[in-house]
Design a protein around this ligand. Structure first.
Ligand code: SF4
Ligand code: SF4
Length: 370
């Protein structure tokens, strides 16, 4: 299978502070260098005939050279999509429309939606973010631009599977994508944790929603699965991921997530120093090593429910990252106190609900007077 897609994690900046966010940003924002992006695009086209690019973050539109990145993509006649939280999308759309080819080459906007109601979505993300994403969807619909919604299911929104599909249909989304939350390594995981046995019930409901609704509903191959051996895009070499420092690594679920104690690094190469071809060679070795380890582990047949049926969970564990276990979470703990949300770092209402001991430190955007 040929490499179909390059994914760029272009910045760790974000206006939000979602409870399920895996990113662990530093106190100073890091943005992927525009010159390096252009070089990687050229190498990707010449070596692999790359025709599509995915942009993620953080919030990609906050990269200081976001529109120049889009121009670099469309100048090479490559199509693109991006994952966005929908904040200030009216302004983003206005700027994108300044050059028609930017939107002509757009394949899709992927908006993150984490609940069918303002209450659920905002409690996981931030106050006001549900309205932002609804407005972004309406703007796309009015302009005939394709968009989908993607949700990460967890204990706080898993009961809204059907309502979310209905909402997506009503808003004119082209697709609805469901995935499962990975552990963050923070104290918030206790409120997000789904018991291992719950995934089958959720997947069954997603399949029934797919049969009932006209909108295309799909379930990401990064979620739990019935077949113990499942091969993701990265293991198929269909997609590669570059992080905000310019390193080719195994996938977006590893990038920027705390790690400790692993023998093998998921970083295939720093593209500031090595060519995409050389990094791809190492990427191949990492994938082969991981797939072999997966097969050996399955052969031993001593895995718990999560590891047997959730390859990503098992994969994160191999690289020393937070992962689900049968009764909660294991792996390194992360502290996200350095988050630079729009309203300065601090604790949200959901943080304080999860750990009342945090109340004295509460200074964030949703804080009420103490
Ligand atoms: S929108 Fe939320 S999940 Fe996405 S990068 Fe920002 S804080 Fe993280
Ligand atoms: S975490 Fe591992 S198994 Fe999951 S998508 Fe990434 S590389 Fe594939």
């Amino acid at each position: 299978m040929a490499l179909q897609r390059l994914n760029f994690h272009i910045t760790d900046r974000c206006q939000l502070n979602c409870d399920h966010c895996l990113r662990d940003p530093l106190s100073k924002a890091i943005d992927l260098d525009l010159g390096l992006i252009k070089s990687i695009l050229d190498q990707g086209q010449s070596m692999f005939a790359v025709r599509h690019v995915g942009l993620t973050g953080g919030e990609p539109t906050l990269h200081p050279k976001f529109y120049e990145i889009i121009d670099a993509i469309v100048d090479r006649d490559i199509t693109w999509h991006m994952v966005s939280n929908g904040e200030r999308f009216d302004r983003v759309l206005q700027r994108l429309a300044e050059r028609p080819q930017r939107l002509e080459n757009l394949a899709m906007f992927n908006f993150s939606l984490d609940g069918a109601t303002e209450e659920t979505h905002d409690s996981i993300r931030e106050k006001g973010s549900f309205r932002s994403v609804m407005q972004a969807a309406s703007l796309c619909r009015a302009r005939g631009l394709k968009f989908l919604f993607q949700i990460t299911l967890n204990a706080r929104n898993v009961d809204e599977i059907e309502e979310i599909a209905l909402l997506a249909s009503q808003l004119g989304a082209v697709k609805m994508a469901y995935n499962f939350t990975q552990p963050t390594g923070t104290f918030l995981d206790s409120s997000l944790y789904l018991p291992a046995g719950e995934w089958r019930r959720a997947v069954d409901r997603i399949q029934r929603a797919a049969d009932a609704f006209k909108i295309e509903i799909f379930y990401a191959d990064t979620g739990p699965h019935e077949e113990p051996f499942q091969v993701c895009e990265m293991w198929r070499h269909a997609s590669m991921h570059v992080d905000y420092r310019g390193r080719l690594n195994l996938c977006c679920q590893h990038a920027g997530v705390p790690s400790e104690g692993a023998e093998l690094s998921d970083v295939a190469g720093d593209l500031n120093d090595v060519s995409l071809a050389d990094a791809h060679g190492r990427f191949t070795e990492i994938v082969n090593h991981t797939v072999k380890a997966r097969l050996e582990t399955l052969q031993r047949d001593d895995l718990g429910e999560w590891d047997r049926h959730f390859s990503c969970n098992w994969c994160l564990k191999q690289f020393g990252r937070p992962h689900w276990v049968e009764d909660g979470i294991d792996g390194p703990k992360a502290s996200r106190a350095r988050w630079r949300g729009r309203w300065a770092p601090g604790y949200k209402d959901s943080h304080v609900e999860a750990d009342p001991g945090l109340v004295q430190l509460r200074v964030g955007r949703t804080a009420s007077a103490e």
